[in-house]
Ligand binder design. Structure first.
Ligand code: PHE
Length: 507
């Protein structure tokens, strides 16, 4: 057996985890949700959801995998043999997510290389709003299978970059995150200075920060906050299991998890400042929406061409914006691939590099679906099912398996192993994993079902039903049966001499 890769230092682990957590969701989902839910009120509820649910679950995943030194599948098997399928579900769901996340990443690259075009559009909002559709040729409807050459090229570049960053697992990730975590922060700061010095910026910042407490009465505020915490911290995606498994014995998990969660939130708030000051400054406050893709590709380009009267300067700000998104997206994208490949390599005793190449190749091929004219529509469907249904169900199952069939005392001892000042209290950890998180997630799931079936008659987004069945329900079903299919394959392999690892919690 090869020796398991490890992080270069405590700091690189924190950077890698922050890099995964901080992604496109921070830049375009968080500000949009804040706009929808009374600004400061959303920040407050998000903070509560992070403390009562996000941080304990983050500590839980990191500490379990550090103890077992295994990815998601084997770690869940170590918790309980019957729970292995949950690890498979998380891994399979991550596999699906990366197929489209890579294409969003490719679109961001596409916009970055074309940002010079903003120079000729000063003040022309309509033209700027259409640029993304003109370049990507995507229509938003399930129609058309052509793949534009430029998009294909950007997708290849995206996959090439992803593979390059994780080619040697933790050791190559350690090197790139030093750049990919700080670069977006610097770029965001530049944009915040530009935004905040525009007249009208204050109006935007007021919308973002001043709480409107009447928003608390709307249950969808709570639903969105819980969902955003979950999505943003990259938990239940096999990622934190993989990253935790590369930690050394001296890691201070309790403290690190708190640092990761608050850094993630800080960058969300910084993105919000950029978004709201810019929208206020360009008089577009009413255009901020909760839809991320629309914000980044349709709304923001309109702001770019209205930033100044100087065409080339606007183009420079456009390039900065999309470069910022590239550096935000890349470490999230490769973290998902790493989560999948670590889990599979550990399960089948394969060479990590071979698995990484295979995952990139297979996901790369599948991702071509999202590069077609129908790509945006497919992406919207798959994104809805993987995040609003699968992710939440996986969360519920994971909390129940770990909270109710394993000893939380043992896990907490692992969390607190190297802490001196700040020890995670048992009541916080246990209440969260056993009760609060599964209850909140179940409420979230029920809410999503009520919206889907009660309000929309079982149809999402107005797409043809066959497309929703294929890209939604069948994909979800596959995610949850993947563990059982794998079991059958493993049993067959056992007849040919394959021996499964014994995953035990050594005291
Ligand atoms: N946490 C990331 C974000 O906020 C999202 C992400 C999704 C990361 C999927 C990894 C995998 O954008």
């Amino acid at each position: 057996m090869e020796k398991r890769g490890q992080w270069g230092s405590r700091f690189t682990f924190i950077l890698a985890a922050v890099g995964s957590a901080v992604g496109l969701g921070n830049a375009w989902r968080f500000p949009g949700l804040a706009a929808k839910h009374g600004g400061g009120t959303f920040l407050l509820v998000y903070l509560i959801a992070m403390v009562v649910m996000g941080i304990p679950l983050l500590m839980m995943e990191i500490s379990i995998s550090r103890k077992f030194r295994k990815g998601a599948i084997e770690s869940m098997r170590g918790i309980n043999k019957k729970a292995e399928f949950i690890g498979w579900a998380a891994t399979s769901n991550a596999f699906v997510i990366v197929c489209y996340y890579a294409v969003v990443f490719a679109w961001v690259i596409l916009m970055f290389v074309n940002s010079w075009q903003f120079a000729g559009m000063t003040g022309n909002s309509e033209k700027a709003a259409g640029l993304f559709f003109e370049l990507s040729k995507t229509t938003g409807a399930i129609e058309g299978a052509d793949i534009p050459g430029e998009v294909l090229l950007c997708t290849l570049v995206a996959w090439g970059l992803i593979f390059y960053c994780i080619r040697n697992g933790a050791s190559s990730v350690s090197k790139v995150v030093k750049f990919t975590v700080f670069a977006p922060v610097i770029l965001l700061l530049i944009m915040a200075v530009k935004g905040c010095t525009m007249s009208g910026a204050m109006d935007g910042l007021k919308v973002f920060f001043i709480p409107d407490f009447s928003a608390l009465a709307d249950p969808s505020l709570w639903v969105d906050a819980v969902g955003q915490v979950f999505y943003s911290l990259s938990i239940m995606m096999a990622i934190m299991f993989a990253y935790g498994s590369y930690l050394g014995d001296d890691a201070n998990i309790a403290m690190d998890a708190v640092i990761i969660a608050f850094s993630d939130m800080a960058i969300s708030v910084l993105s919000g400042i950029v978004m709201f000051s810019t929208m206020g400054g360009t008089g577009m406050l009413d255009k901020v929406t909760a839809s991320g893709i629309a914000t980044a590709f349709i709304v923001y380009p309109q702001a770019i061409v209205n930033l100044t009267n100087i065409g080339w300067l606007n183009a420079v700000f456009g390039a900065i914006f999309y470069l910022m998104l590239i550096t935000l997206a890349i470490d999230s994208a490769f973290s998902i691939v790493e989560g999948v490949s670590a889990a599979v390599a550990d399960k089948f005793h394969l060479k990590p590099k071979t698995v990484t190449i295979s995952v990139c190749a297979i996901c790369g091929l599948i991702s071509l679906v999202f590069t077609t004219q129908a790509g945006l529509a497919w992406l919207d469907i798959v994104d809805n099912w993987t995040n609003q249904i699968n992710l939440i169900l996986i969360g519920i199952l994971e909390c129940i398996a770990i909270g109710w069939t394993f000893s939380l005392k043992k896990i907490l001892a692992e969390v607190n192993r190297n802490t001196k000042k700040f020890k995670t209290p048992y009541w916080w950890f246990a209440y969260s994993i056993k009760f609060v998180s599964p209850v909140l997630l179940t409420a979230l799931f029920v809410w999503n079902m009520i919206v889907l079936f009660g309000q929309n008659g079982g149809s999402y987004g107005g797409y043809p039903i066959w497309a929703q069945i294929v890209a939604g329900w069948i994909v979800s079903a596959l995610v949850f049966v993947s563990g059982f299919i794998a079991k059958a394959v493993i049993n067959k392999k056992k007849k040919d001499g394959f021996v499964e690892d014994e995953v035990v919690w050594k005291e």
